[in-house]
Each structure stands twice: as structure tokens, then as C-alpha cells.
Design a protein around this ligand. Structure first.
Ligand SMILES: [Fe+2]
Ligand SMILES: [Fe+2]
Length: 166
């Protein structure tokens, strides 16, 4: 792909991905502040930015790999985040005395290796006819299979903080 176009697609993908999450954060705040209509608008724009991000990723990749390939790539990304990326971020946070940030990075680091395990399991189970529901901790991103736990094993969040993914 032409060099500038590839760079621009990459930048646009990152910016739209960020905008999508940012608007979702704003939606949750608007809900908490008692503005359900504004929350809906933020959620609509968040979804639209996500449409943009999907579109740019597809243009960047040309095509998306098979589900087997994607599971393997997703597994490798989790391992990389756990082994390489988060430890570096944790070191800087620790050196600069940012305890809250250190806690967030360290919980994410732990959760990434559990995500990797889920992917590994899914790769092994791909042909097995097993149905699993997932419950995601909205504080730290830990994923529990089959039910919401009483307490998050990573961050201690209560059961109500888990979102079911069906
Ligand atoms: Fe992860
Ligand atoms: Fe958690």
C-alpha cells in the first residue's frame, strides 16, 4: 500500500478506536448524571466511530484472516502485552510514584495472561460443541466463564460489576 495512505489509515484507525471508547465513557457518565437521552447520543456516536475504525482496519489489512489465524494472533497479542508491554509501563509508573496507574497496569497485565488462556482453550475446543457464557469485570477486564463470581479474583469488584456477554 502507498506509504502515506497506510500511515493515514493507521492513524485514523487509532483515532476512531479512541473516539469510540471515549464516547462510551461519556455515555456512562451521562447515565450516572441522569441524562439518558444524552447518554444514548454518546452511545450512537461511539458506535459510529467504531464503524469507522472497523472500516479502516479492513482497508489496512486487505482481508481479515481465518478464525483459527485470528485466535492464534489474539493469543500472541495477549502474551506480548503480559510479558513485554505492561511490565515496561509498570516500571515507569512505579518510578514516577503513580500508584493508581501502577495498580491498573498490573491488574491488566495479570488479566491479559488469563485472556491468553481463554484463547488457548478456545483453540483447543474449536471443534467441540461447548457453549460458554462470559462475564467481564467492568473494573479490571477479568473474564469469568459460565457465571459472574461473587468477587473478582483480580480486583475484588463485586458480582454486580460483571457484564454478561452472550
Ligand atoms: Fe486482553
Ligand atoms: Fe476485576
Amino acid at each position: 500500500m502507498a506509504e502515506k495512505t497506510e500511515k493515514n489509515l493507521s492513524l485514523a484507525f487509532a483515532a476512531e478506536s479512541k473516539a469510540s471508547v471515549r464516547n462510551d465513557v461519556f455515555a456512562k457518565k451521562a447515565d450516572r448524571d441522569g441524562y439518558p437521552q444524552i447518554a444514548r447520543l454518546f452511545r450512537a456516536v461511539s458506535d459510529a466511530e467504531s464503524v469507522h475504525a472497523h472500516r479502516y482496519l479492513l482497508l489496512l489489512r486487505g482481508k481479515i484472516g481465518s478464525t483459527e489465524e485470528n485466535l492464534e494472533a489474539a493469543f500472541q497479542n495477549e502474551i506480548k502485552a503480559n510479558v513485554d508491554e505492561y511490565p515496561k509501563l509498570m516500571k515507569d509508573a512505579s518510578e514516577e510514584g503513580k500508584k493508581n496507574v501502577l495498580k491498573a497496569f498490573s491488574q491488566s497485565r495479570d488479566v491479559e495472561s488469563l485472556h491468553a488462556e481463554l484463547y488457548k482453550k478456545a483453540m483447543n475446543d474449536m471443534l467441540a460443541d461447548r457453549e460458554t457464557e462470559y462475564f467481564v469485570c467492568q473494573v479490571c477486564g477479568y473474564i469469568n466463564e459460565d457465571e459472574a463470581p461473587e468477587k473478582c479474583p483480580i480486583c475484588g469488584a463485586v458480582k454486580g460489576k460483571f457484564n454478561p456477554i452472550s
